[in-house]
Design a protein around this ligand. Structure first.
Ligand code: PEP
Ligand code: CO
Length: 449
């Protein structure tokens, strides 16, 4: 893309472009001071982990691994506590075990966590009773209460978010290193519900079979398999708030490249994926593997431009496209997208997000998603990729380890009327632990449905 040739890439170069979804900070000097402060702090991830993820994503691109990416729509500062983080890890671990067993491929586990604190909004303002205030844009930007004080973007929150991201990942690393994820004992990471869930038997069969295989392998090889080499987690978030991302973008001399060290896998959301926009400009210069959400509005030229700018050298594992057409849009949208990318001659990793194209309003006014639509889109994604000579290399979910009631359907048949019992999301509706596990079982083919 020739429009980029006027300036060499630099971490702040995005400032010359249009940054959509950018908060209107009242005090630019305070914002700059906060960026400088975060820049001085140690990074949350390191470059060799980022490189390792790129290598694994390249393997997924070749069909040798499968990506499971999941977590909250938006993390909140209040939910940065040990129990909730542990539960999120447990459900991701359980799902990955089921997928490993069913798909017979190693699973790459990537959390939507440790930095998922900034949200795109459809409107800059929210109006209640004739009063208009800036929309809530996530805990990194402003606060949810409907007062001018709470809604005014506050750069200090970026620092609070950076600290919580570090706390989260520190705890995740410690749990994994401490044997929390011991595959010989999946019963250690059972969530209480498994005891009385209709899915219990199906899940326990999978867990037992994996533990047996491990024992068999270790008996055969005469040495234990080190857990850390089997189970690890990577972090990801939507890199929406570019001052935050810029602050921890570092040149790693040994690699000769710039890295975003706030996370392993940053992604560009659908609303900020314009080829000439600030987000794409920022992303083109970092060495991380990157992802972009792809939806119905993106025509072949748009997709081809993104692929060309973000992966000019066709580097394996570099670019993941997360499609989110909705169960009603995938039959038409996905074949076109596959064709548009094929025409560029470059490889990408294809991942299905069956959440964001399936959001609707329930009869009681709550934002929800139906389990059958979510499952239907994933199944369609597997089928369409295969029919088009491509393959689906991963899935992307909004989920929680808690017993929330935000999506309808699933084994317990949650109905619209049940949603208000435990509706906790400040933004999009998430699968609860049971729905998430059921989805993994169905994708892996262990339960018919
Ligand atoms: C999200 O992942 O929470 C999101 C906003 O998705 P999208 O950019 O696909 O709408
Ligand atoms: Co969301």
């Amino acid at each position: 893309m020739t429009q980029h040739s006027a300036h060499p890439w630099e971490p702040s170069g995005w400032r010359r472009k249009v940054a959509r979804q950018a908060p209107a900070y009242p005090d630019a000097a305070r914002l700059d001071a906060m960026v400088a402060e975060i820049a001085r702090l140690p990074p949350i991830v390191v470059s060799w982990e980022v490189d390792q993820l790129r290598t694994q994503l390249a393997e997924a691109q070749r069909g040798e691994r499968f990506l499971l990416q999941g977590g909250d729509c938006a993390e909140s500062f209040a939910d940065c506590e040990s129990d909730q983080i542990a539960k999120k890890l447990k459900i991701l671990l359980q799902m990955s075990l089921v997928l490993l067993h069913g798909l017979k491929k190693p699973i790459i586990r990537v959390g939507r966590f440790a930095g998922q604190y900034a949200k795109p909004r459809s409107s800059d303002l929210e109006t209640r009773d004739g009063v208009s205030l800036p929309s809530y844009r996530g805990d990194n930007v402003n606060r949810p209460g409907f007062t001018p004080e709470e809604r005014t973007p506050d750069p200090q929150l970026m620092l609070r978010g950076y600290e919580r991201a570090a706390l989260t990942l520190n705890f995740v690393r410690a749990l994994v290193d401490g044997g929390f994820a011991d595959l010989h004992h999946p019963e250690y990471w059972d969530l209480d519900f498994v005891k009385h869930s209709p899915l219990r038997e199906a899940y326990e069969r999978v867990a037992e079979s994996i533990a047996n295989s491990l024992d068999f392998f270790e008996a055969l090889s005469g040495s234990p398999i080190h857990e850390a080499s089997l189970v690890r987690f990577f972090a990801s978030h939507e890199a929406l708030l570019l001052p935050y991302e810029e602050a921890q973008t570092r040149f790693i001399a040994r690699q000769g490249r710039w890295y975003n060290l706030t996370t392993h896998l940053p992604w560009i959301g659908l609303r900020t994926a314009q080829p000439d926009g600030a987000h794409v400009e920022y992303f083109r210069g970092i060495a991380n593997p990157v992802a972009v959400k792809v939806g119905s509005g993106m025509d072949p030229d748009w997709l081809a431009a993104l692929v060309g700018i973000l992966n000019p050298d066709n580097e394996p594992g570099r670019l993941t496209l997360i499609h989110r057409f909705g169960v009603g849009g995938i039959e038409d949208g996905l074949p076109r997208a596959i064709e548009a990318v094929r025409a560029t001659g470059r490889q990408v990793l294809w991942v299905c997000d069956p959440m964001h194209g399936n959001t609707e309003t329930a009869s009681n006014g709550l934002k929800t998603r139906r389990f059958e639509h979510i499952l239907g889109e994933v199944r369609a994604a597997f089928r369409i990729h295969e029919a088009c000579g491509s393959h689906l290399g991963g899935v992307h979910f909004e989920l929680t380890g808690e017993d929330v009631t935000e999506c309808t359907g699933g084994a317990r048949g949650l109905a619209d009327a049940d949603l208000s019992r435990a509706y906790r999301s400040a933004v999009d509706p998430r699968l609860n632990y049971e729905q998430a596990l059921e989805l993994a079982l169905l994708i892996a083919g262990h339960r018919s449905g």
